[in-house]
Design a binder for this molecule. Sequence first.
Ligand code: FAD
Length: 858
Amino acid sequence: MRIYLDCIPCFIRQSLDAARHATKDVNIHEKVVRGVLGLANNMDTRKPPPVIGQKIHRLIRELAGAEDPYHDVKQQFNNAALKLYPRMRRLITESENPLETAVRLAIAGNIIDFGVKSTLQVAELEKAISRCLSEKSADMQIGAFRKAIEDSENILYLADNAGEIVFDRLLIEQLPTEKITVAVKGSPVINDATMEDAVTAGLHKIVEVIDNGSDAPGTVLESCSRSFRDHFEEADLVIAKGQGNYETLSGLNKNMFFMLQAKCPVISRNIGCDIGEMILQKAKTFDGSKENTRPRKVVIVGGVAGGASAAARLRRLDEDTEIVLFERGKYISFANCGLPYYIGKVITNRDDLLVQTPEKFKARFNIDVRVNSEVTEIDRKNKRVMVKDLSSTETYSEKYDTLILSPGAEPARPPIEGIDSSRIFTLRSIPDADAINNFIAEQQPKRAVVVGGGYIGLEMAENLRNRGMLVAIVEMLDQVMPTLDKEMAASLHEHLHEQSVALWLGDGVAGFRQTNSTLIVALKSGMEISCDMAVLAIGVKPEVGLAKQAGLEIGITGGIKVDERLRTSDRDIFAVGDAIEVEHFVLKRAALIPLAGPANRQGRIAADNVAGRNVKYKGTQGTAVLKVFELTVAMTGATEKELKKTEIEHEKVYIHPANHVGYYPGAHQMHIKILFNKPEGRLLGAQIVGKEGVDKRIDVFATAIRCGLTVFDLQDLELAYAPPYGSGKDPINMAGFAAGNILDRTADIRHFEQLDGNDFLLDVRSPAEVARGRIKGALNIPVNQVRKKLDELPQDKAVNIYCAVGIRSYIASRILKQKGFDARSLPGGYSTYLARTSEKLLEGKTGRQLRDEFCTGF
Ligand code: FAD
């Protein structure tokens, strides 16, 4: 709860009362009031009132030279309450509902509050007792309170004032005392109870009593001792007495009951009750999870995508937490995704890669950034990390309350022969890019082999071509971009050939050998190829060394295991980014999906949770986009090959629309494949290869998957259209129409891979198109003539129809279906057929010639 304007006169009144308790010296009284006015003038009103209360009472104690101005008052009320204790105890045991009577008495005791009242006579206690016992209060959640006590194992009772603590004892005696710890203030403030008062009340004989290490008149967690904070965090139920505890704790996500008398207008307004009302109320901000306190010091390991996002977000949420960020490298928050383009000289200014510097980060976010600092060990027991300063090789340890790990993933470097050659590079950091650039500048390499056809490999192939080199890609799988289905990768293979990139698919590297100025790459097939340099881009491995050393749980994929809130198996350690195992959003299984978007969002979510919010990470769907020379390739969700390994019933459709209307200049065809479940049609995945307009379509598909939309919903999407940008029926709508037709059986389909030699094939393209290429054995009847030539078609077997992209075959299938034929359209048409069989194209002359360039010069 924040400070309101009405609190300010109360602070002044309270400080004058306290000053008068502390000393008779009116000069000091004046100094106190003036000092408090100064504090009030500069206070941060977003903080709860006890934060300023703590400062005020420290000032008073200091100015008056009195350690405990209310000491005598506290003794007086302890003794008075102890006198009443036997009678109150009898009232409880003789009542019909002892727990409720004890709660009412505990609340009656909350009248002994010198923060709110200037004076109180002992005689008033009796009146308070009878009022609280007889009053029908609106806000007493006794049933829920009883249940919470029964359900909890570890209950923390936050006492409020001296004298009142005797009343608390009466209630505590009605509770399972073995589950209860009582906390009092660490040192005197107003008439709040300290250990001395708990002992006077005899509480130490029946329960464990701890002090909170603080002198704030509430529970300001940041100022409490670590051991108290541990107790607080571990408690599964907190019973918080009095206004100060309500003011400081009511915003937290913690299983808590507040128990108090509403004694001032600010509190009564905040709670929504009358002044004087008895309150036993469950914390409204508790959502059932275990999240709660804010840490005082957060240490972050890794200063790029996930780590830097976490640091900045945490600071935006919490000005007070100390944040220390360790980065092993020289730079933080650099654009690793831009590195291939820096090598290709598309990005020419190296400084443009540095999104943030430690100095800027400090200035804007007040974050203690330490570069060249490697965290080498986590001591979970003592909550410390060991840090090696790589510039001096000194080591030191740093404490944390909460740790966030974002160490990323390292490029895989299998232990094969010759891997340490100075002509072999990997790319993760700016120094890696510098090393490649320096090598190119000094050695003027002519031929480069890129090992691995994933996105980094393809980006490197393009950018090394930009530097004038001949490039070959060696890929173990029979396709590049393993996150595409193979037939969708086919047009990439063709395009790479068009761009003079040689491909060795289905072959891996067995070893390297360096001669004077040449690097020989020995392939598993026995072939040897020669080049001047090689870039290894065969995937990345999550950096889990630190996590393993610390005994954190590692998932089945090899990434750090985290829960939905990105917490590791240690509740004080969070992990994000490439190093963690995520849940695949569509497949609902563990996965490693190293991408910048998820790493950034995870950093933000971890920070939210560290700051006491309750935010879940809902999985990664692998949305990615990539430039391969003149093509754009994009994917989201699950591929067909992944879905085939699951129980999910699914179907697919291919379409090959233009990015915008054909009559506007510059239209280019794109290839779209979508996957959806059966029978509902929920979108499961999408892949697109094309020149333009790919990025905007994939983002619509990605959004549709995230929102659980079906292919029928895609039909309904109203998307922006003007001739330079799209079509009245956007490719997204078209994909929805094609898929919807399959699901509602407007069109029966067959896929090319389901055909065998005996199937009847009808080609409905024009003779000119057929002349450019056809499927052997297919009968050609152009779509407009189908109605006239029905007698040429078989009645006793399925007619499998294809055209160029699937539209005319669908029209023909509708004609034939209505004439009683078993007509099946082949989705995607001849374009898809060609894509499925494109390995044959690779055997063409161009591919061989390109490869020959690498088979010379041994
Ligand atoms: P990183 O960003 O790798 O940061 C981890 C940091 O932690 C590193 O700087 C490392 O030095 C530091 N570190 C590790 N261990 C320690 C330790 N013990 N002590 C101190 N510091 C430590 N993703 C996309 O979505 N789109 C793209 O186009 C794209 N292109 C990419 C191109 C390249 C060349 C590369 C390498 C990656 C690309 N990525 C891309 C992936 C993306 O960069 C990562 O997914 C993202 O950076 C992961 O963030 P992270 O915080 O987990 O790890």
